[in-house]
Design a protein around this ligand. Structure first.
Ligand code: IPD
Ligand code: CA
Ligand code: CA
Length: 272
């Protein structure tokens, strides 16, 4: 695959930050034994990663705006904006679980046009540009083609202490459990979307996300031939915080499940 200059800029930034995170991840294991755990160390690693990405992107495109989870916000030229999560999957990282990644997206005139998600431990680099397809380490990606829910592996995100709507999450998971091959909560929305693009997950849905959790992943899924909307089947994912993704069939099924729960018409739950 040939990458545009812009995508190269994004990949270089993700690679540099990712190498730092991979080194820090090695340290995290040693810190597990301390009573306080590695929380402060991880929060510093997270901020450092954002600084690295910001410096790289700013150097290459000084006029672009920036929205980073760790607090870097720049207006820029009003046309272009980087949307960055330097470390998606912080809780995994903190616990030594190697499912986390750097997520960098580019928005042009309000449209998401490029996305990079990089897991430095697995050395998996996911890239996509609008109209150019999605790739994992240079291999072209397609969303999974399954159209039988019973064979599908579905990803989601579950709310946790002090966050999100716990009742809604359980109500959405319950009717789905009996209809699918499995449900996974991998712990990093950017990676969930990348795995959906790669066909590892057949679909994914989550609520209460932030733009940086999903911006790059949305481009990946679309460019892998998948469908991505918010929970109302509109394109307002970044505004509403909800995202539903998959092939045409799975996307519709997941939307239907969310709708059924919202309208309190749960499907009958199987007894086994
Ligand atoms: C979190 C992860 C997680 C999702 C949370 C996010 P963070 O991002 O993407 O999967 O369920 O809502 O906040 O905090 O690890 O960058
Ligand atoms: Ca995140
Ligand atoms: Ca983060």
């Amino acid at each position: 695959m040939s990458r545009s200059a812009l995508l190269n800029v994004m990949v270089n930034a993700a690679d540099k930050a990712g190498r730092g995170l991979a080194r820090d991840f090695g340290e995290v294991e040693n810190l597990q034994v301390s009573r306080k755990g590695p929380a402060d160390f991880v929060s510093r690693a997270d901020k450092r990663a954002e600084e690295v990405i910001h410096a790289e992107l700013l150097r290459a495109r000084p006029s672009f705006g920036f929205l980073g989870e760790e607090g870097t916000v720049e207006e820029g030229d009003g046309q272009h904006r980087w949307i960055v999560d330097p470390l998606d999957g912080t809780t995994n990282f903190l616990h030594g679980v190697p499912i986390f990644g750097v997520s960098i997206a580019l928005e042009r005139q309000g449209e998401l046009v490029a996305g990079v998600v990089y897991n430095p431990v697995l050395d998996e680099l996911y890239v996509a540009e609008r109209g150019q397809g999605a790739f994992l380490n240079n291999r072209r990606l397609r969303v999974a083609a399954r159209d039988d829910l019973a064979a599908c592996l579905i990803g989601t995100g579950l709310p946790f202490m002090g966050h999100g709507n716990h009742v809604r999450a359980l109500s959405e998971v319950q009717p789905l459990m009996s209809r699918v091959a499995g449900i996974r909560r991998a712990g990093a929305a950017a990676i969930d979307l990348a795995w959906t693009a790669a066909g590892r997950l057949d679909g994914f849905w989550e609520h209460d996300l932030k733009p940086w959790d999903m911006a790059a992943g949305i481009v990946l899924v679309r460019e892998a031939g998948g469908f991505v909307t918010d929970a109302d089947n509109r394109g307002e994912m970044l505004k509403t915080g909800s995202v539903v993704a998959g092939n045409d069939f799975v996307h519709r099924a997941l939307l239907g499940n969310v709708k059924d729960v919202r309208e309190a018409r749960p499907r009958p739950v199987a007894t086994q």
